[in-house]
Every structure is written in structure tokens, then in C-alpha cells.
Design a binder for this molecule. Structure first.
Ligand SMILES: CC(C)(COP(=O)(O)OP(=O)(O)OC[C@H]1O[C@@H](n2cnc3c(N)ncnc32)[C@H](O)[C@@H]1OP(=O)(O)O)[C@@H](O)C(=O)NCCC(=O)NCCS
Length: 167
């Protein structure tokens, strides 16, 4: 695949939700349960944190977004204690898996994280999402704990695995 990773733009909103909503609806990958409208995604991109990183992977031959990844600061306006920590999320189109798209996104995102002064990346992964865990461990993340019964989806509890990677 002729793949290019670049920064997300507001005009990518439709391409992003075209990937994201089927992943959300599948109900087995993420703790996000509500699908996202194009307007909400446009707003999300336009208000994205200045220290954040938001990448899309584009299949150049089709001009189609096939994956995206973002990192947001772990902290908030009331402290700078967590300024060196980012929280990552990674999503690849259901029909384009296992072709190295996540791998390309990680490479670009880690570089951008270092440039923006992050020292560590953190994430929660659903304990029943073995594919995502394998993907993150393959990228040098370590498991640091389990938040038990952390998500409750359709009445069922799901543990969340906490992972981190130093840059
Ligand atoms: C997790 C996800 C992002 C991986 O994307 P991808 O583009 O298919 O991953 P890649 O092809 O770059 O794979 C990179 C490595 O991850 C691991 N991996 C990826 N998919 C795997 C699978 N199905 N089984 C085992 N290992 C897997 C492998 O080590 C792989 O390297 P290899 O193909 O050389 O063996 C994708 O499956 C996805 O979007 N899942 C749904 C959303 C999600 O769970 N996000 C994570 C929570 S934030």
C-alpha cells in the first residue's frame, strides 16, 4: 500500500468517522460506546489540544483515510506534573488490518511526541482486546497493571489493562 502519515485536518472528519464508527459499533475493541457525528469530529479536530498529536494514515492510491492515532496530554490545566505524559489511541480501518498501518502511525507519532517534549506514553486497553495489546507490546509498551471492572458495557464489566512506554 502507498501509505502516507500526516497531521489530521478538519476536512478529514468524515474519513475518520468512517473508520471509527464501525469500530465503535462492533462493540469489542474500545470502551467508547457512542458513535460520532461528522460535526462532532470536526469540532474535536478544530479544538484538539495544542500539545496534542493527531495523525491520519492515508492510502494514497485511493485518497482514503485508513487509520488514525492521537496523543493527548495526560494532565489538565491545574497541574504541570504530568506534562511529560501523553495518552494514546490507535484505530485502523476494519478492512485494512495487519498491513503495517499502525506500525507507520506509531513511528510518526513517537517522533512527534519526542519533538513536543513528551517522555512517556500511556494507554488503557480493554483486557478482552488481545490484538490491541499485542500491537502495543510489539511497539515497546509494557503492562503496568489492571484496573478491574473499569468499564461497564451493556451491564458487563470489563477490566482495563494499563500500559506505558518510555520514549
Ligand atoms: C490494534 C490495531 C490498531 C492494529 O492495527 P494494524 O494496522 O492492524 O497493526 P499492524 O499491521 O501495524 O501490526 C503491527 C504489529 O502488531 C501486532 N498485531 C497486529 N495485529 C495483530 C493480530 N491480529 N494478532 C496478533 N498480533 C497483531 C503484530 O506484532 C504486528 O506486527 P506483524 O504484523 O509484523 O506481526 C487495529 O487492530 C485496530 O484498529 N483495532 C481496533 C481499535 C483498537 O483496538 N485500538 C486500540 C485501543 S486504543
Amino acid at each position: 500500500m502507498d501509505l502516507r502519515v500526516r497531521e489530521a485536518q478538519i476536512s478529514d472528519a468524515e474519513g475518520i468517522i468512517n473508520i471509527f464508527n464501525p469500530i465503535i459499533k462492533a462493540g469489542i475493541y474500545t470502551a467508547i460506546t457512542k458513535t460520532i457525528s461528522i460535526d462532532a469530529e470536526r469540532e474535536f479536530i478544530s479544538k484538539f489540544n495544542k500539545r496534542g498529536i493527531f495523525h491520519v494514515a492515508v492510502d494514497n492510491s485511493q485518497q482514503e483515510i485508513v487509520g488514525f492515532q492521537n496523543v493527548e496530554p495526560f494532565g489538565n490545566d491545574f497541574t504541570d506534573a504530568f506534562d511529560h505524559v501523553g495518552v494514546i489511541g490507535t484505530f485502523v480501518s476494519l478492512s485494512h488490518r495487519r498491513q503495517g498501518i499502525a506500525k507507520s502511525l506509531f513511528q510518526a507519532t513517537f517522533n512527534a511526541c519526542i519533538d513536543k517534549g513528551y517522555e512517556k506514553i500511556f494507554a488503557y486497553v480493554r483486557a478482552d482486546n488481545q490484538v490491541a495489546l499485542s500491537t502495543y507490546l510489539n511497539q515497546g509498551f509494557d503492562i503496568i497493571g489492571t484496573a478491574r471492572k473499569h468499564a461497564k458495557i451493556n451491564g458487563f464489566y470489563i477490566d482495563e489493562i494499563m500500559i506505558e512506554r518510555f520514549l
